[in-house]
Design a protein around this ligand. Structure first.
Ligand SMILES: [Ca+2]
Ligand SMILES: [Ca+2]
Length: 234
C-alpha cells in the first residue's frame, strides 16, 4: 500500500495525473468516529493536498479536512467514538486491511480488545527494533491498558514494547502516539519494584512473562520485540 500510495503521489506531482482520491480514501461517518491523532491542524491548499500529505507521512491512515478553513489534520486511524463532532470537519480513512494480510501479523484478543501483532525471532536493540516495526508500517507494541497487558501474556517469552522514558526520566511515553503513561496505570502495568532505572541506565521497557508485567531495561540491550499494526480489520 505504501509503495502504491507513493507511486500514485509521485505520478500526481510529476505527470499531473488525476489523483484517484476516492479509490484510496473513504469518507467515514463522523457521528460515530473521530480521528486518532497526535498532530495539530495545518492550513493546506485543498482536500487533495491534505490527502497527498497523508500518503507520504509514515503511519498516516486517516485525516480530517475542514472545508471552510482549509485546515488539515493527519492521523493514525479513525476510531469509534460517540462524542459529538464539529459538522464542518470531514473525516477520511484509507481502506483498512485485514490483520493477516500484513505478512506475519495475527490478531490476538482479550475480551473486546483486539491487537494485530508480530513477534520477532531475532534480538535487536530498541532503536533497531523500532525501525524494523516502522518498516512494516507498524509501531512497537503498545501496552496501555489492563486488557493489552493480558494480550501481552498471550505472546511467548519476554520482549521489547513501545514504551520509554528516554526524554524525561520517570515520564514514560508510548511510542505510537507520544502519549504519557499516567501514574496509576504505571503501577498496574509494571512488575512489583519496577521501573527502577537500575544503574540510571534503564529507559526502555520489556514485557516479562514470569512477572506478567513490565520492567525497564537498558535501551542498548538486544531483545526479542513485538510490532503492532494500529489500523486494521481483525
Ligand atoms: Ca529510566
Ligand atoms: Ca528495571
Amino acid at each position: 500500500m505504501i509503495s502504491f500510495a507513493l507511486s500514485v503521489f509521485v505520478g500526481f506531482i510529476v505527470f499531473g495525473e488525476e489523483f484517484p482520491f476516492s479509490d484510496i480514501f473513504h469518507k467515514i461517518s463522523k457521528s460515530n468516529y473521530t480521528l486518532w491523532t497526535n498532530r495539530t491542524a495545518i492550513k493546506v491548499r485543498s482536500r487533495m493536498d491534505c490527502a497527498s500529505r497523508c500518503l507520504i507521512t509514515n503511519r498516516c491512515r486517516a485525516f480530517t479536512f475542514e472545508e471552510t478553513t482549509s485546515m488539515c489534520t493527519l492521523g493514525f486511524c479513525s476510531q469509534s467514538n460517540s462524542s459529538a463532532r464539529s459538522q464542518s470537519v470531514d473525516l477520511y480513512q484509507i481502506q483498512r486491511k485485514k490483520c493477516n494480510t500484513y505478512p506475519g501479523f495475527s490478531s490476538k484478543s482479550y475480551g473486546s480488545t483486539i491487537a494485530c501483532v508480530w513477534q520477532s525471532t531475532e534480538r535487536l536493540n530498541f532503536t533497531m527494533a523500532r525501525s524494523d516495526c516502522a518498516a512494516k508500517g507498524a509501531s512497537l507494541f503498545t501496552v496501555n491498558t489492563f486488557e493489552k497487558l493480558q494480550i501481552a501474556g498471550l505472546l511467548p517469552g519476554s520482549y521489547l514494547i513501545g514504551l520509554n522514558d528516554n526524554e524525561t526520566e520517570k515520564t514514560f511515553v508510548f511510542e505510537v502516539d507520544n502519549s504519557i503513561l499516567d501514574e496509576s496505570l504505571k503501577q498496574q502495568l509494571f512488575a512489583s519494584g519496577q521501573p527502577d532505572d537500575l544503574y540510571s541506565d534503564e529507559d526502555c521497557v520489556v514485557y516479562v512473562d514470569y512477572f506478567r508485567g513490565l520492567n525497564d531495561i537498558s535501551c542498548s540491550r538486544n531483545e526479542i520485540y513485538v510490532c503492532e499494526q494500529f489500523c486494521f480489520i481483525p
